[in-house]
Unconditional design. Sequence first.
Length: 530
Amino acid sequence: MKKIGKNILKATIIFSIVFAFVMPATAMINPRETLNTKNIVNEPLKLLLSKNPGWVEQASGFWEPSRGITFMHAVNENIVWGAGYDGLNPQGPCREFTKTINGGEEWVADIIPEVPTEGRIAMIYALDENTAWVAVHSSDPQGIWKTSDGGVTWVHQSTAAYNGSGSFPNVVHFWDENNGWCQGDPVDGYYEMYTTTDGGDNWVRVPEENIPEPLGAGEYGTVGYYDVVGDTVWWGTQYSADRGRVFKSTDKGYHWTVADTPFGAGCWVDTRFKDQNNGLAMDKRESTEGIIAETSDGGETWTLISQTGLCYSGDFDYVPGTDNLYVSTGVYSSDPAYQGASYSIDGGHNWIVWDEVSGIQLFATSWVEGIIGWAGTFSTDEYTGGVYKYTPDYESDLFCVGELRWEDVSTGSTVQGTFEVKSMGDPGSVLNWEVIENPEWGDWTFTPASGSLPLGDTVTVDVEVVAPPDKETEFTGIIKVVNSDNTDDTCEIDVYLLTPRNKVIENPFLLRLFERFPNAFPILKYLLGF
């Protein structure tokens, strides 16, 4: 048996020598040279949004006590206009407005003397710090007023008549200094809407045939309930006898369609859209919690959301420039539990309350890019209260998910794996991260090795490492990732790699052969496990 074993060994050696010299170099690649071992990844954790700094009280400038802001329009991060409301006489007139041109550091309030004393401002829309329009109801005359000098003087644009039986202006909007649209309740059997191409000097009523007819005598529009994205306009109705509806125009108010909502009789429907297709509608009739429906086809169909958390019913807004962030506010005085503000980062499905303003009556809200927003409340006097502003501190938090483990890895071979980096900071935060440490053994490559992540986003990092030359060895270590804006915020990925057992060469012939020709006979070495 020993002789037969020796003959087999010699034959193997001879065959290997011949094979090594006759085969092309490309055929001598170790079939285990590149491995793709699946790494172990834990289930991602839910997004944490427990930190909520950013709300600061500002003075609205109203000189009378208990002045609220029923409608607010933020033009940008500096210019904001608001329409006043008399909190001591909720059904009474109020011709006052307020404005800031420095982000709210100073608000200046004033009265519109050109509006009749019994008038109430339904809403306000501004192009800049000088040009704005208001819709006024409950006065004679009522309708649309415009300022071109920052609110010093106002002109009644009487061609938007709003003087028929049942006439009631609700909304005014402009796309630029010339093109605008306004909307009111049904008059003469169809909704009273006007368009203009000269800044409102001349308004033309939208023909009856361009507007779906009202459901009945009890269906109306509602003051300030509308939204615009590009040339598309949406506004919701209130109706005591049947479902609410959403009207839509894709040509700046000239032609209209309408769609049913899933809200029942007695609803008050308001809308907010993030783009031409995706948006939310809220039934605001309840004094406690808003009922939400969503659409992904531009408002053609609506589906109720079974939301979790508290969505307030006072007002709500989409935050421009975000993936799916909406904010709601609550104002009703019957229960402080339904006063404050909350936000949803998933399009209205889950809501998180801002604890720092919980129990504070917050009216209308308006937001701009950068997650900067304002909400109206009640003033104490000219120098105290009336507005809350949110400016995020953008504090980011880092979180990593994954583990890298490779076993039975040939020395010098390349293995791959992945781990995840997640951004989990405050609303508006951006995580700047980078890999700063890896084990000293092996040759490491990370793709990517650094980057920036908006709140809630995740990146998968591809990892490659060339195994060390040591056989029969366990290699361990960590990969460390750091938040570049907060070096105390780090996370670690555990790493394990095992190379196979090194066989002992007992045959003196083979030992001398491999010592003399260390780079020869790779296939023989592979077959023998060296």
